[in-house]
Design a protein around this ligand. Structure first.
Ligand code: GTP
Ligand code: MG
Length: 345
């Protein structure tokens, strides 16, 4: 069993941006898996959640992240779709996020869903950084797999570096038009009031060490207090998807953002009608680094703490609704928790 002392929870990182700007590819690079190949037309139609533990981040970031400097357990990434018809999923991702990565194709710059994503982030006051993606497509780019971006930029000819800079300053200008003071991430001191721009390539992995380092640093510096949770407290989360799962019936994919859920818990789940009150039958955890959306083999666990993606099997989930709250009852009155869930809908 877990200790009952407060511990730091994993920050939730939403990945937002225009269609095809490379959100899923960027997460793929981090995961080292190929979710993109399993997607219909490689368009992300659902929100996925991926937990990346600190040791993996540290390994990818090489010398940039020393695990001893951090006490956050890692990052939980939420992928969102860029296609214009999925505004609700983007809003849901934005609402769940502690911090965000706005992915912008360096060649395309700001596009309609980039602007929409910025509005979602501004409204929820979610701090974010910009991943200026696809730097490898700048003509003449000389790639170096998985290198930190400054090392990569140093390898480029003056002309290529000039072309990259021009595109990056265009994005910085577009951010400033939206009211955000922005600069190259290595010049940003105060990430709460300035947006850092990180040049990356999801294809070659260049800049990915920087991206992870900045996200960890940002979380550690500004989120630590918010991340202190009572690990024994009743779990709170949001339903991402309602799905049939072989052998389990209707299940819900949930992002748990506070507390803990246990296999003997009673939960209240939002629906289109009256909230559902039901008992957890099984907690199904995707393996670390696995994508909850595509992972079919789950590990049964007896409890799980925030933040994490978890599949919950329970009777009567058919009426459960994506985007609805989930709350663990534990020692409280059921009516009280039902009222809380109703208030959130
Ligand atoms: P939606 O989920 O549909 O919004 O798209 P997305 O933002 O997740 O984009 P995705 O990762 O599916 O990438 C779109 C296309 O761009 C794919 O063909 C990728 O291979 C390609 N791509 C993504 N990142 C890079 C990059 O850094 N360099 C290059 N050359 N291609 C990239
Ligand atoms: Mg995608």
């Amino acid at each position: 069993p877990e200790s009952t002392a407060a511990s730091l929870r994993t920050p939730i990182v939403a990945v937002l941006g225009h269609v095809d700007h490379g959100k899923t590819s960027l997460l793929d690079k981090v995961r080292g898996s190929a979710v993109i190949e399993g997607e219909a037309g490689a368009i992300t139609q659902h929100i996925g959640a991926t937990a990346v533990p600190l040791d993996v981040i540290s390994q990818i970031a090489g010398g940039l992240v020393d695990p001893d400097d951090f006490d956050l357990p890692g990052l939980l990434f939420i992928d969102t779709p860029g296609h214009h018809s999925f505004t609700t999923l983007r809003s849901r991702g934005g609402a769940l996020a502690d911090i965000a990565i706005l992915v912008v194709d360096v060649n395309d710059g700001f596009q309609p869903q980039t602007e929409e994503a910025i509005e979602i982030l501004a409204q929820s006051q979610t701090p974010f950084i910009v991943a200026a993606n696809k730097v490898d497509t700048v003509p003449g780019w000389n790639p170096e797999e998985n290198a930190p971006i400054k090392q990569s930029l140093d390898r480029q000819s003056d002309r290529v570096r000039g072309d990259v800079d021009e595109r990056l300053y265009e994005i910085i200008g577009q951010l400033s038009d939206k009211g955000f003071s922005a600069d190259m991430y290595w010049r940003v001191q105060d990430f709460q009031n300035n947006v850092g721009v990180v040049p990356v390539s999801a294809m070659t992995g260049e800049g990915v060490p920087d991206l992870l380092t900045v996200m960890m640093g940002l979380s550690q510096r500004y989120m630590k207090e918010e991340m202190a949770i009572d690990v024994a407290g009743p779990g709170v989360g949001t339903v991402l998807e309602v799905k049939e799962e072989k052998g389990f019936g209707t299940t819900i994919d949930v992002v748990l953002y506070d507390g803990v859920v246990r296999e003997d818990d009673t939960i209240v789940v939002g629906s289109s009608g009256e909230p559902i009150v039901t008992d957890v039958r099984a907690l199904l955890k995707p393996r670390p680094l696995a994508e909850i959306r595509t992972e079919s083999r789950f590990e049964k666990v007896d409890q799980l703490k925030a933040a994490s993606g978890i599949k919950i099997a329970a009777p009567e989930l058919d009426r459960a609704m994506a985007g609805a709250p989930v709350r663990v009852v534990r020692d409280r009155e059921i009516d009280e928790v039902v009222a809380e869930v109703q208030d959130e809908l």
